[in-house]
Design a protein around this ligand. Structure first.
Ligand SMILES: Cc1ncc(COP(=O)(O)O)c(C=O)c1O
Length: 397
């Protein structure tokens, strides 16, 4: 019989670079831990890349999934669906403003929907300004929106009309706005780019710029949303509201689900036939999302995320003090954070951490990223930092 690694090698297109002997084959999860097929346990401070917001196999999410799967696991979007309608109402309610939702299955798809919708706002306006170092997904418009040439280069020509300004530099956005600009799109905290939070004056300035130019403001909260920063939506930290925002990753508690949330008066720009998704807002995924939101809305939950984020920051800064020649800085907000290194050792450290039973992630050559479940305990965060500290010591000694 072939091993999983052999089957993968023979039959799966190699886009993820999983390495036999280095990459574990995960078979089970509970809370902040996962286990591989050899029975080895890992502390998961990567949380399925920001997906497992309430940890692995949270009983309320498992119960919601099982209950809905045993009732009706799918209905086409030609029909009404209770979980989807309820979830839309929760999502809009969470913004405190009037609006409506379009459901899809992934971050890229939610962004595609946003990028299509803004073209219907004002005739002749089709251009979108995004930020350098941004990441918005791998489908064609989302890829065109992504401000990193390395992802786009091999796939040109891309969708027309995208340009890239400098994150946190308002003047660079102002320069690019013209009478054909439909929208400005940013991640309030750049994730794949290496965890860079927006400055308050920048994000407030973008809002003003969009208002004065009649341009729509889109926030991509695919990675930084769903409670990760200690508020349900990251933009709440800046008290600036977008016209449209997207959420995915953590929304479905591990099931594929994404949402484009559109404020009035833009929520009726799409009309029947303009856009659709076979699986978008699937009843099981929507039921899981309702369970996730219930947990996040429990009293004190989000305040605890902030407190744990502070603890992780302190532990990271202590590590920086211990290794000032290696660790350049800590960046982040709540439980989306990173350590930047002076030397290109992030991959090596990530691999050694995996071998030592800790899952974190290297972004490029110099950045180590943490996206733990929001249910992680302070003790687990401390345990993770102890392992990382040992690995750092071993790597530079
Ligand atoms: C900010 C942001 N937008 C969009 C995406 C794409 O999401 P998906 O992989 O679900 O299409 C990602 C994925 O990492 C992301 O971080």
């Amino acid at each position: 019989m072939k091993s999983i690694q052999e089957l993968e090698n023979d039959f799966i297109i190699n886009t993820y670079n999983r390495q036999p002997g280095l990459t574990p084959c995960l078979v089970r999860g509970e809370g902040s831990y996962v286990w591989d097929d050899q029975g080895k346990k890992y502390l998961d401070l990567l949380g399925g890349l920001a997906v497992n917001v309430v940890g692995h196999c949270h009983p309320q999410v498992v119960e919601a999934i099982c209950r809905q799967a045993s009732l009706l696991s799918h209905t086409s979007n030609l029909y009404y669906s209770g979980p989807q309608a309820e979830l839309a109402s929760e999502l809009v309610g969470s913004t405190g403003k009037a609006g409506k939702v379009f459901f899809a299955n992934s971050g890229a798809e939610a962004n595609e929907a946003a990028l299509k919708l803004v073209r219907k706002h004002r005739a002749g306006r089709y251009k979108v300004i995004t930020a350098e170092r941004s990441f918005h997904g791998r489908t064609f418009a989302a890829l065109a929106a992504t401000g990193q040439e390395k992802y786009r280069k091999a796939f040109e020509p891309l969708v027309e009309g995208f340009s890239y300004a400098t994150f946190n530099d308002l003047a660079s956005f102002e320069k690019l706005v013209d009478h054909q600009t439909a929208a400005i799109m940013i991640e309030p905290i750049q994730g794949e780019g290496g965890i860079y939070p927006a400055e308050p004056s920048f994000i407030a300035g973008l809002r003003q710029l969009c208002n004065s130019e009649g341009v729509l403001l889109i926030f991509d909260e695919v990675q930084c949303g769903v409670g990760r920063t200690g508020k349900l939506w990251a933009f709440e930290h800046w008290e600036v509201s977008p016209d449209l925002f997207t959420a995915a990753k953590g929304l479905g508690g591990g099931l594929p689900l994404s949402a484009l949330i559109v404020a009035q008066p833009y929520a009726d720009l799409f009309v029947p036939g303009d856009h659709a998704s076979t699986f978008g807002g699937n009843p099981v995924a929507s039921a899981a999302a309702l369970a996730v939101l219930n947990i996040l809305n429990e009293e004190g939950f989000l305040a605890e995320v902030s407190a744990k984020g502070e603890k992780l920051k302190k532990d990271c800064e202590a590590l920086q003090e211990q290794y000032p020649a290696l660790i350049k800085e800590f960046r982040g907000l709540g439980l989306i954070c990173a350590l930047e290194l002076y030397q290109p050792l992030a991959k090596e450290i990530q691999e050694k951490c995996t071998a030592a039973g800790l899952l974190i992630n290297a972004v490029g050559e110099t950045i180590l990223r943490f996206l733990p479940p929001l249910t992680v305990s302070e003790k687990e965060l401390h345990e993770g930092l102890e392992i990382l500290s040992e690995i750092v010591f071993e790597t530079i000694s």
